[in-house]
Every structure is written in structure tokens, then in C-alpha cells.
Design a binder for this molecule. Structure first.
Ligand code: ADP
Ligand code: MG
Length: 601
């Protein structure tokens, strides 16, 4: 073994370079961050061959005096922190003083810099960590750094680089993220002779998104309601319910002006969009969070890409709440003009008639022949002072048709299209409604709007439904049965593993009861945890029930179809079904006019 010794600066820098700049994008990122830290209002980036052969980052920031320029190339030279305690309140990008010496140690490196109050600049040329010369030069105020032949003296690392296209894609993406995080700075980014993107300083975030991610993405976004809770401020632009992308490419999270990756934010987003977009899809989201720097850790990742929040739950709640508020505000106003009369909402309990009405609310069934309800009898909660049997339930058809006049006039049924679709004319164009999706959403919310916590009305079954279970299933049912009872189920144990369903909640059809119970047990088996949290349990029950919609779409009568829009638009989230898929698709007159090249009155 050779004797112990201290590494030369050159070797130490090359090793550090491995951490700070793993690949070209790392170098560009460090240089860009320095430019932003220097208060620049204009940044230009150029790279060739994915950054392997050439990188240039040029800014109009504060620049450096000659001896500052020399010092900036020393390891741990930084103007940004002085003591470890300062780390808690770092707001600048850099703070380790490693980037410049690292990059200079693995490339042919030229630094040119001039403060605004100086008449000339300084040029320093470094080759693989050795200073070749320092001299004065003429240049505009600001700093211009070039790094050529990155990693040429570190062949081991060079081998790990991906193709030029891949490296170029990484640099472009990184630059886009910083451009989004700093709309106030003008950006010009070139890959060789090709312009990657260009964006003047923007005051409006949507403009910047449009320049960087394209008009289409920008136009699809809606502002997130701004929220400030406990010194934590959230704003941004996101996709409305129903729009989902296959990848996370269009999610940008910015914390204290730094584009970051944060599991907390990503999970919160996914959770917030849970029922707003289909499973496995991602929203488009540009989130900006401002938080006291003492409440985050930025120093957890060598490239500072990832951050950690001290109060994750707090941040999570903030994001989820904002998304839900956004979703509530994103009403399909373009489709449906504000009705003159308030939309009829299901009137809950109080009078016997009203009770009957809510109890047969589940959408769908074709008008049943008189007496088909004889299988159930309305029970408890029913104030029946007269001692008479309550009026026989009216058919769903009657009930909804009482408020057709008020608002359905805005969506006129033209006809059925295919099995699950219906076409409507609206004041602003036309709408294709997905019948099943709409019915699922309506039923889902009806169930959620129903009592819960044991206060739910229930309908006693005249003919209880016997259910034979296996041993494990009945154990699961014993464990989680309270969730069902709270919703109005009554289950009686008869013999070993043998149950009778004696009452069910009003939103379930007697014919669906057994299947529902078995599905519930499956859910308890797979994901019992969900059923332990009261709020979640209700949602899961509702989701199960929705899958049970008994009547097929094609047996809906025309008037049932005609009144679906009404009921859908009364929902809190009319745009998507409970799985987050769209309930309807709108084509506006403007779009038609554009397609036909003529005015559509
Ligand atoms: P850090 O950013 O961690 O301080 P760097 O090695 O990236 O370390 O930079 C060292 C120092 O050089 C910075 O603290 C800053 O004072 C100066 N510097 C680097 N780039 C620029 C620039 N584009 N404009 C002005 N000053 C710069
Ligand atoms: Mg830096």
C-alpha cells in the first residue's frame, strides 16, 4: 500500500465533479443557477452534441471583479454562505462553492466576466483544472462561461454518457423547468444551430408556459385557487378535471423559485386528482410553493434536485385542498349558461314524500311496474304521525320530470348515438354525454350525500337475502361490518358463516344486495385499511355501489336520458365519473365554425 497523502486540488476537484456534474446537464444547470443567483434578467444557453463538445451560459448579471473571478475557481469559494447555520435560510441556488472548480477541472473552460461599473472584463482560461491564462478583455457587463470537451480528461465518466440526443433532451428539459420557475428572466436556449425555446420576460405565467411548453398545454390550464396557510403559500396552474396525461412530463413543481422533485408534492397532486382523472394518468400541473427556507431541506441530494419538507402533512393538505377547490370551481360554464332558476337539488327528509323521493334516487332503473317496490318497505326515520302507510314511491321518471322545465332546456336531447352515448344540443354548441359515466357520477354523489355515521335511512327487506360465506369471509365481515351498518345495512348471523341481509341503504337495489356484500368482503380482504378511515370507507362503498348499476344504458327511456344532464350538473364534480374519466365531451359552435370555415349561428 502506498503512503497516505492529501489529494492535489486538481484530483479533488475531478472527484467532486463526479458528484456535482455527473453529466452535461449537471454542468449547464450549475452555470444557469449561478446566472440566476447573480440577478440576471437575461440568460442565453447554447450547447452542442448534447453538451459533450460545448456548453455556453451567458448572462447580464452582476459579474465579478478580477480577483473574485480567480477566487470563484477555488474549491469552497462562495459568496453565498459563511457559516453552516446559514444553510437554514439559503435562498440562492448555489452555496457549496464547488460548481465552477468542478466544471473547470474536467473541461476546457473559459470564464469571462465584467461587473456593470467596470469598463473592462476579465478572461480566465482553464484547461482540465490548470489555469492557462488570466487577462483583461472587452465585453458587455455580465458573465459568459464556456466549457468545451466536457469529461475529456475523465474517460471513465465519459463512457457513461448516453447518446447526444438523450443528453440534449435532459438539458432542454432542465432549462424549461428553470424558465417556468423564473418567468421574469428572458431565456434563449439553443441546441447547436437549433432554437430549443425562446421566451422574453413574462409577467403572466400562462404566457411563459405557452412559450416553453406550447400553446396547447397553456390553453388547457386553469388557475389554482391561491392559498396561504401558516406562512406557506401555494399558487399555480393545473389541468381541469378529466384531462390526464400518460406521463409526468407536464408536472413542474417549484419551491422558493427552485424547480424541484418532491415526492410529497407529487403524491399530493396524485391524491388531489384521485377521482378527477383516470387511474394511471397524470395531471398537467405547474405548482409554485413559497415556504420559509428553514422548513425545508435542500441539501439532501448532491445535485439539489430533491427537497424534503419538515411538515409534510401540512404541505400535502394545502395542495389537495387547492385542487379540490379548483375542481369545484371548474364548472362546465361554457356548456351550461347560469340557469335563471336555481338548479333543483334533491330535497332531503322532513316530509314523508321527500323521504320516499330520496330513497329511490339511484339513477337508472326503467319505470318499474306498480308493485315492484313491494319487495321493500320503507322503515325507520320515517315520521309517520298519521299512522297511514306512506304514499307509494313515485317512479324515478316522475320525480325527475318535475324539474325538467327548469334547466334541461339548455341541453336538448337530439338522440342516442351508440350504446353508451347520447347527443345533446346546447346553447353554445353540442355535447356528447357518456350515459354510464354520468350515471356513475350521479349515483356516487347521491350515496355520499346520504347520511352516514349510522344516521342513514335504510329499507327493510320483506324477503331477507340469505348469504352463505366461507370462514375467512365471515371473519372479515365481523371485522368491518360497522361500516355497512353505519350506511343502513342490517345483517343477521344465522348459523355458522350464514348471514341474512335484512335491511339495505336506499341507494342499493334489493337485487344488488348480495353481490354488493360479496364485493365489500373482497375489498376488505384486499384493502382493509381503506375501510378503517370513516371518510374513505364511505367513498369506497360508493365506488362499489356505482359498479353495481343494474340497469343497462340501452334500457333507459328517452325521458330518463333527457334528464340526466340536469342531475349530472347538480353534482359537485360533474366533469368526471368516480374513476376520473370524462362524463361528457363538448364541441362548441366556435370549434364547428373553425372546422367548416363558416359562421355557425
Ligand atoms: P456557489 O454557486 O455554490 O457559490 P460556484 O462554484 O457555482 O459556487 O460559484 C462560485 C462563486 O462564483 C459564486 O458564489 C459567485 O460569487 C461567483 N459566480 C459564479 N457564477 C457567477 C455568475 N454567472 N455571475 C456572477 N458571479 C458568479
Ligand atoms: Mg453555483
Amino acid at each position: 500500500m502506498s503512503r497516505i497523502h492529501i489529494l492535489s486540488d486538481q484530483v479533488a476537484n475531478q472527484i467532486a465533479a463526479g458528484e456535482v456534474v455527473e453529466r452535461p446537464v449537471g454542468a449547464v444547470k450549475e452555470l444557469l443557477e449561478n446566472s440566476l443567483d447573480a440577478g440576471s434578467t437575461r440568460v442565453e444557453i447554447e450547447f452542442r452534441n448534447g453538451g459533450k463538445s460545448y456548453i455556453r451560459v451567458e448572462d447580464n448579471g452582476c459579474g465579478m471583479l478580477p480577483d473574485e473571478a480567480m477566487l470563484s475557481l477555488e474549491r469552497h469559494a462562495t459568496s453565498k454562505i459563511r457559516k453552516a447555520k446559514d444553510l437554514e435560510k439559503v435562498i440562492s441556488f448555489g452555496f457549496r462553492g464547488e460548481a465552477l472548480p468542478s466544471i473547470a477541472s474536467i473541461s476546457r473552460f473559459t470564464l469571462r466576466t465584467r461587473p456593470h461599473d467596470q469598463i473592462e472584463g476579465t478572461e480566465i482560461l482553464v484547461n482540465a483544472g490548470k489555469i492557462v491564462h488570466q487577462k483583461t478583455c472587452g465585453m458587455p457587463p455580465g458573465t459568459r462561461i464556456e466549457a468545451a470537451n466536457l469529461f475529456y480528461c475523465v474517460p471513465a465518466r465519459r463512457k457513461f454518457l448516453k447518446t447526444e440526443n438523450t443528453e440534449a433532451a435532459h438539458i432542454s428539459r432542465m432549462a424549461k423547468l428553470y424558465a417556468i420557475a423564473h418567468p421574469e428572466v428572458s431565456f434563449n436556449v439553443y441546441s447547436g444551430p437549433r432554437k430549443v425555446f425562446q421566451s422574453p420576460a413574462c409577467t403572466d405565467l400562462r404566457d411563459r408556459i405557452s412559450e416553453v411548453f406550447g400553446d396547447e398545454v397553456a390553453a388547457s390550464l386553469t388557475p389554482l385557487p391561491e392559498q396561504e396557510v401558516d406562512g406557506c403559500h401555494l399558487r399555480g396552474m393545473v389541468s381541469p378535471p378529466g384531462i390526464g396525461r400518460p406521463t409526468r412530463q407536464d408536472i413542474v413543481t417549484v419551491v422558493n423559485s427552485r424547480p424541484v422533485e418532491s415526492r410529497t408534492l407529487l403524491y399530493a397532486l396524485t391524491e388531489g386528482y384521485h377521482t378527477l382523472i383516470p387511474k394511471g394518468k397524470y395531471p398537467v400541473a405547474f405548482l409554485f410553493l413559497d415556504i420559509d427556507p428553514a422548513r425545508i431541506d435542500v441539501n439532501v441530494h448532491p445535485q439539489k434536485r430533491e427537497i424534503r419538507f419538515h411538515s409534510e402533512g401540512h404541505v400535502r393538505r394545502l395542495v389537495i385542498e387547492s385542487i379540490l377547490r379548483m375542481a369545484e370551481q371548474t364548472h362546465p360554464s361554457t356548456v351550461l349558461p347560469e340557469p335563471e332558476t336555481p338548479m333543483p337539488l334533491p330535497v332531503i327528509p322532513e316530509s314523508p314524500a321527500a323521504f320516499v323521493r330520496t330513497s329511490i334516487q339511484p339513477p337508472g332503473p326503467t319505470p318499474e311496474p306498480p308493485g315492484s317496490h313491494g319487495q321493500t318497505k320503507e322503515s325507520n326515520n320515517l315520521p309517520d304521525s298519521s299512522g297511514q302507510t306512506p304514499a307509494p314511491p313515485r317512479s324515478p321518471l316522475n320525480i325527475v320530470s318535475t324539474h325538467t322545465d327548469a334547466s334541461s332546456a339548455h341541453w336538448r336531447l337530439i338522440g342516442r348515438l351508440r350504446q353508451h352515448l347520447a347527443l345533446f344540443e346546447t346553447t353554445s354548441g353540442m355535447v356528447i354525454l357518456h350515459l354510464q359515466a354520468a350515471r356513475e357520477r350521479i349515483r356516487f354523489e347521491e350515496i355520499l350525500n346520504h347520511g352516514g355515521n349510522g344516521k342513514s335511512p335504510s329499507q327493510e327487506l320483506l324477503l331477507p337475502v340469505p348469504v352463505q360465506l366461507d370462514n375467512l369471509s365471515s371473519e372479515l365481515l365481523e371485522q368491518h361490518g360497522k361500516v355497512l351498518r353505519d350506511e343502513g345495512f342490517s345483517l343477521e348471523l344465522f348459523g355458522r358463516d350464514f348471514y341474512r341481509i335484512e335491511a339495505i341503504p336506499p341507494w342499493l337495489e334489493p337485487g344488488e344486495a348480495e353481490n354488493f356484500l360479496r364485493q365489500f368482503i373482497e375489498l376488505a380482504r384486499e384493502n382493509g385499511n381503506l375501510l378503517r378511515k370513516p371518510g374513505l370507507a364511505r367513498e369506497e362503498l360508493a365506488r362499489l355501489a356505482v359498479l353495481e348499476i343494474a340497469t343497462a344504458d340501452d334500457s333507459l327511456s328517452e325521458s330518463e336520458v333527457a334528464t340526466l344532464p340536469d342531475r349530472l350538473l347538480n353534482c359537485r364534480q360533474p366533469l368526471t365519473c368516480p374513476q376520473g374519466k370524462a362524463t361528457f365531451y363538448e364541441v362548441t359552435s366556435q370549434e364547428l365554425a373553425k372546422k367548416f370555415g363558416r359562421k355557425i349561428p
